[in-house]
Design a protein around this ligand. Structure first.
Ligand code: SF4
Length: 127
């Protein structure tokens, strides 16, 4: 998981690792050596107003990968932005949160969170 803190808007956003085949193909065609995480992290770091990108790392290889492109950060090129635009189009075709509103999880949530409603709001905000 990756979190982004936006200086002016003062919010933190989380993005989940998601690499369906079509997205993987787009990224590998654009740069076969770049990790999927690098696309997400560089996208976030390239946005105006973003001063910090926090990446959840659990193994040394992930930290080494992050450092390889963030130590001397280079903004996204036009071709990289085009690849990300293609990925965004492919991603828009995938149902982000396929919740059926069965309410099973909400019935047992110890924090009494209305999970289906929150997922609907999240899906709306992301669409
Ligand atoms: S309501 Fe909860 S358990 Fe049911 S589909 Fe949605 S997320 Fe899954």
């Amino acid at each position: 998981m990756m979190e982004v803190y936006h200086r002016e808007e003062g919010f933190s956003r989380s993005f989940f690792h998601l690499t369906p085949e079509e997205l993987a193909e787009i990224f590998k065609t654009a740069d076969e050596k770049a990790s999927y995480a690098s696309w997400a992290i560089r996208f976030a770091a390239d946005l105006d107003g973003v001063i910090t990108v926090l990446s959840g790392m659990s193994i040394l290889a992930q930290m080494e990968d992050n450092l390889s492109y963030m130590k001397d950060f280079v903004h996204l090129s036009e071709s990289e932005k085009n690849a990300l635009a293609q990925a965004r189009e492919a991603l828009a075709k995938i149902p982000l949160i396929p919740c059926t509103s069965c309410n099973y999880c909400a019935k047992v949530c110890p924090q009494h969170i209305r999970i289906p409603e929150e997922l609907k709001k999240t899906a709306t905000a992301l669409s």
